[in-house]
Design a protein around this ligand. Structure first.
Ligand code: UD1
Length: 365
């Protein structure tokens, strides 16, 4: 009998994680793979553009929940996703990453006795002030199959008493997506559109509440941007833009010499800019893995990371908003003394989707 699998996506970092899964499920005639979009992110540039560019199938349902407080958003996703599940009757639900859509959909599915697979399981920042950390832990408790991206994830799950027969170390799906689109990324040379040369500029993304939701933090971020001393491309997230306007910092941001503010960029454009930059300054999770893949120094604007492999084997360094640390590392980068990514990184993005899909299909039969 044909089996139906529903992958749930909601926020920008989810969409790329589905591309290798969609491709691999096509190998099986007896599997119908559908996507449900919760609508947590809704702007064209935060959502639709990724579906177009990654060639993802149109979601079977868009729950249209939009933004809101954590409780409100999670609650609305649960209400709408329960209706979708009752209607679509999936044999399995796949959730990815650590956003509110991830935990909301897992809880709904399990209460309807639908098995759940979690892609990017086991990651821990050990920082419970991050909403994502609670989402990660709770989703892992609920999931029947746990697909882990790096060895630290297996250790974390074991320590938390998770039944390890459910956990599979498969590698980092973001790196597989990157490799699927590498020819297009490498051809794009998007820095040319900014009048820049390869290796001559910095790339910045910052949107975490801890960096942008208070006047003090956002002021410190702006001070760092004023220190960089290289042309800097900053695709600004809607949250950051709103906060800069609320705190009266928008003018100061716009006046930084050589800072090029753009709206959030599509996948290929963003990764092309990453491949060609001198270094990245970012508080994103997955940018740490992508920068390591390209062997581009990645200064992580956070005090911790749930992806320690990219500190150890990759090119990530935790800098928070510490200007002294950043200045020291910028010197190293200028002198070509910043550490290089190890060979392990490329292996982390090999056959990730195929392994996940094979295990799911075997489990369903
Ligand atoms: C989510 C994830 C976070 C992820 C981030 C990436 C959770 C708990 N957090 O945050 O891990 O790094 O997405 O973006 O799920 N907004 C728009 N248009 C949009 C989306 C958001 O204008 O399409 C605005 C909202 O009105 C709101 C802010 O941006 O003011 C929220 O942004 P963000 O922090 O990204 O969204 P979350 O869904 O909270």
């Amino acid at each position: 009998m044909r089996k139906k699998i529903v992958s749930v996506v909601g926020a920008r970092p989810n969409f790329m994680k589905i591309a290798p899964l969609e491709r691999e499920f096509r190998r099986f005639d007896h599997i119908q793979h559908l996507t449900v979009h919760t609508g947590q992110h809704y702007d064209k540039e935060m959502s639709d553009i990724f579906f177009d560019q990654l060639g993802l199938s149109k979601p079977e349902r868009d729950l249209g929940v939009g933004s809101g407080g954590h409780g409100e958003m999670t609650g609305r996703i649960m209400i709408e996703f329960e209706k979708a599940c009752l209607d679509l009757k999936p044999d399995m639900v796949i959730v990815v990453g650590d956003v509110n859509s991830t935990i909301a959909a897992s809880l709904v599915a399990r209460k309807l006795f639908i098995p759940v697979s979690h892609v990017e399981a086991g990651l821990r920042s050990f920082d419970e002030t991050m909403p994502e950390e609670l989402n990660r832990r709770l989703t892992d408790c609920l999931s029947n199959l746990l697909f882990v991206s790096e060895p630290s994830g297996m250790e974390n799950l074991k320590r938390e008493g998770i039944d390890m027969t459910r956990a599979h170390l498969v590698g980092d799906i973001m790196l597989e997506t990157l490799q699927m689109f590498l020819p297009a990324i490498s051809k794009a040379a998007k820095w040319e559109g900014f009048g820049l040369e390869r290796g001559s500029y910095a790339l910045v993304t910052l949107h975490r509440p801890s960096n942008v939701d208070s006047l003090e933090a956002l002021t410190e971020v702006i001070e760092i941007l004023e220190t960089i001393g290289l042309p800097t491309i900053f695709p600004i997230h809607p949250r950051t833009l709103k906060r800069a306007a609320e705190f009266g910092l928008a003018d100061r941001l716009e006046r930084i010499p050589n800072l090029k503010l753009t709206p959030p960029l599509p996948y290929i454009e963003f990764l092309s800019l990453m491949e060609g930059c001198k270094f990245v300054f970012s508080d994103s999770g997955s940018v740490q893995s992508e920068a390591s893949f390209f062997n581009i120094p990645c200064l992580v604007g956070r005090e911790n990371t749930e992806r320690p492999i990219y500190l150890r084997e990759g090119t990530s360094a935790l800098v928070g908003r510490d200007r002294h640390k950043i200045v020291d590392l910028l010197d190293q980068i200028r002198l070509g003394e910043f550490r290089q990514a190890g060979p392990e990184i490329k292996k982390l993005g090999t056959r990730v989707g195929a392994q996940i899909v094979d295990i799911i299909v075997e489990n369903l039969s």
